[in-house]
Design a protein. Structure first.
Length: 319
């Protein structure tokens, strides 16, 4: 488990020098492995003194984590790859570290996932998914984030990168443009299975006419080949109402996406028409994600009374 940690921060009002910490606990005892690097209250993910200047302050925050499926330490268990926001170089950039089961930093450095250091080119909200499975790290992991490098032309975009188990960037060095359509793309979520990554997000390119929509793009993980053009991405729902908080997972032959959907107002007990959220979803083919298995702007998963919010997807199960 990994988290944003304030123990070394400057305190109120700015709380500079935030860190990302990680802890390894045995599930049966809630204790960390003795005799290794782990300590009570966790350890820092970054290498020591990550800021450019000694005693300077810089921040790490908002981590996401996945198993690396590589047993490369004496403990004989899998480690984890952690991604996070980092402002050591100003602007915010996405960094990653590989922490072994024994608490060691297996790469020995903090990896800039898609470095782009022009002013204003902030990278935020990283999400990560592994290509590995039991006993094999396969191609490493795929990371996605929202990126502001094209602020003048297209506002916030979605970028991605594959990082190998050895700590190298596998695609375009500064990140793979996953969607650079006009307007804001935000809140990306990712699922990865074998050689396929599927990324979905909230999209505001047509916010004047259709409010918030759900778009996505699939990436062949080995070479970074997109299923849809980065200029557009693939529309999952552009119904004339808000679709928010998409979630995604991949099975052997199916990509399942679900989201909050506000297309169906209802009449409350007082006779007033009120907006409510249902859960809608879509299904795509793994063999060709541009082929939709379900018709239209998604199909209703539940339209029960009042709101249904924040769906999660695991396999073909939506909760």
């Amino acid at each position: 488990m990994a988290w944003t940690d304030y123990r070394n921060s400057s305190g109120y009002p700015h709380y500079h020098n935030r860190d990302v910490f990680i802890q390894y606990l045995f599930s049966g005892t809630a204790s960390y492995p003795p005799g290794y690097t782990w300590v009570t209250n966790g350890i820092s993910v970054t290498v020591p003194h990550p800021c450019p200047t000694w005693n300077d302050t810089c921040d790490q925050q908002h981590p996401d984590i996945t198993l690396d499926y590589a047993s490369r330490t004496a403990l004989g268990r899998y480690g984890a790859i952690v991604v996070y926001e980092d402002n050591r170089d100003d602007p915010w950039q996405i960094y990653a570290d590989n922490i072994g089961a024994d608490g060691s930093n297996l790469w020995g450095y903090d990896l800039a996932v898609g470095p782009y250091l022009q002013q204003g080119g902030n990278q935020l909200d990283p999400r990560i998914g592994t290509t590995g499975s039991a006993g094999t790290p396969h191609l490493g992991a795929v990371v996605t984030w929202r990126d502001h490098r094209n602020a003048i032309t297209s506002d916030w975009d979605i970028f991605s990168q594959r990082i190998t188990q050895l700590g190298a960037r596998a695609w375009t060095a500064s990140g793979l443009a996953t969607c650079t359509a006009d307007g804001i793309q935000r809140r990306a979520r990712i699922a990865v299975r074998n050689d396929l990554a599927m990324i979905v997000w909230e999209d505001l390119r047509d916010s004047v006419t259709t409010n918030v929509d759900v778009y996505g793009n699939a990436i062949e993980a080995r070479y970074g080949t997109l299923s849809w053009s980065a200029a557009t991405g693939g529309v999952l729902s552009a119904f004339d109402a808000a679709q928010r908080k998409p979630a995604v997972d991949i099975t052997e032959d199916e990509i399942v996406v679900a989201w909050e959907d506000w297309r169906n107002p209802e009449i409350d007990d007082g006779g007033e028409i009120i907006p409510v959220a249902d859960i809608y979803g879509h299904s795509l083919r793994v063999s060709d994600p541009t082929q939709y298995r379900w018709a239209g702007d998604g199909q209703p998963i539940t339209r029960a009374k009042h709101d249904q919010l924040q769906p999660m997807v695991s396999g073909t199960v939506i909760v």
